[in-house]
Design a protein around this ligand. Structure first.
Ligand SMILES: *Cc1c(COP(=O)(O)O)cnc(C)c1O
Length: 365
């Protein structure tokens, strides 16, 4: 007997009728989703014109990123068809989520990572949840090519974003935003790596619009790192480089989905530099009290770029539109990546253990 509590409310039980599940699907959940939509006084002030800016804080999912929304679906469907093991290529967060949900389902989990390119917290997660971790000499795109070769093996379920159930689970974030705001926002900004998430959000917004739960669709804005911007450049990037490891992807699996979301919503894709990402990460933490990993800070950096001096010409921000509602997805928790360049700015002053000495360091003497 599964205990039902108020909090027993993962995305499958919350949005069952919008998801490809049936009574026969064993739901593998860690109560993911229902993440807070946090108002940002700082960013609302930056936008001006009465705009309200909200942060969808996906770092508060069970393994610290939005990947849990898709993984509850992928692993539940894998369990339904009797898979014994799951495999994924990962820039870190997919492996953390896959390992946790596989553990919960009693399945083996194999993760293929690009050697030396994974944030420490994410690697620790894969290990502690009991996954078998293989580091290949290659980048994420090589790892994904390799995983695709497992599709011929029945006992394995591939849980990368090429797994269609991942997108289905991830679209629930749009549902939550509409339910919370009572309407879809005017603009939705999010980081783009493999492009599964922008595809999923757009799907979710359209489904709720068609179901009559919102009366409009947002413009979708994707932000990529300048050194890893295949969607922006409209070509494969052979050697993607950025400190934002979760979006260090040169050949996105859901490229077509991103194109459709950008085109059909009247949105845009832009790039931000690593310096802008780190600055945005530090500002978001120190002004709004929200600590996110570098890839997530790309949303904020993109927003600041669009509203700063270098306002991009093609930015679809509803200029002149009063009281716009803008949502930024911040995709993962800051504690996952203690090696972020922001850590280099840490200044710790030593002092004697006396009130005087500490007051003097605090410049309060
Ligand atoms: C996976 C991930 C992204 C990129 O999402 P895509 O669906 O690959 O575009 C961004 N930020 C974080 C923290 C992620 O884990």
């Amino acid at each position: 007997m599964i205990p039902k509590t108020l909090h027993d409310r993962g995305v499958i039980s919350r949005y069952r009728s919008f998801l490809p599940v049936s009574e026969a699907t064993p739901v593998v959940s860690l109560n993911e989703g229902s993440t807070p939509l946090i108002h940002s006084p700082w960013l609302s002030g930056v936008a001006g014109d009465g705009a309200e800016v909200y942060l969808k804080y996906e770092g508060l999912n069970p393994t610290g990123s939005f990947k849990d929304r898709g993984m509850t679906m992928a692993i539940s469907k894998a369990a339904e068809r009797g898979a014994k093991a799951v495999i994924c290529a990962s820039t870190g967060n997919t492996s953390a989520a896959a390992a946790a949900y596989a553990a919960r389902a009693g399945m083996r989990c194999a993760v293929i990572l690009p050697a030396g390119k994974i944030a420490a917290g994410k690697l620790l997660q894969a290990f502690i949840y009991g996954a078998d971790v293989v580091a290949i000499r290659g980048n994420f795109d090589d790892a994904l090519d390799l995983v695709r070769e497992f599709s011929a093996r029945e006992e394995f379920e591939i849980v990368n974003s090429i797994n269609p159930f991942r997108i289905q689970g991830q679209k629930t974030a749009s549902f939550e935003i509409i339910e919370e705001l009572g309407e879809a926002p005017d603009l939705h900004i999010l980081p783009v790596g493999n492009a599964g998430n922008i595809t999923a959000y757009w799907l979710g917004y359209r489904e709720f619009f068609e179901a009559g739960k919102s009366s409009r669709l947002p413009k979708m804005v994707g932000i990529q790192a300048a050194g890893s911007a295949p969607v922006y450049l409209d070509r494969v990037v052979e050697e993607p480089e950025t400190i934002a490891s979760a979006i260090r992807i040169g050949n996105p699996a859901s490229w077509d989905g991103a194109r459709a979301a950008l085109r059909d919503s009247g949105g845009a894709v832009d790039v931000v530099t690593d310096e802008e990402i780190v600055q945005a990460q530090i500002l978001l933490a120190s002004r709004d009290g929200i600590f996110v990993e570098p890839a997530s800070a790309a949303s904020v950096a993109g927003f600041l770029k669009c509203h700063g001096k270098a306002r991009c010409a093609k930015c679809p921000f509803p200029a002149g539109k009063a009281n716009a509602k803008i949502v930024l997805t911040v995709t993962g928790h800051g504690l996952k990546d203690p090696g972020t360049p922001a850590a280099k700015e840490m200044r710790i002053t030593e002092a004697d253990a006396t009130l005087e000495a500490v007051l003097s360091v605090l410049k309060l003497a």
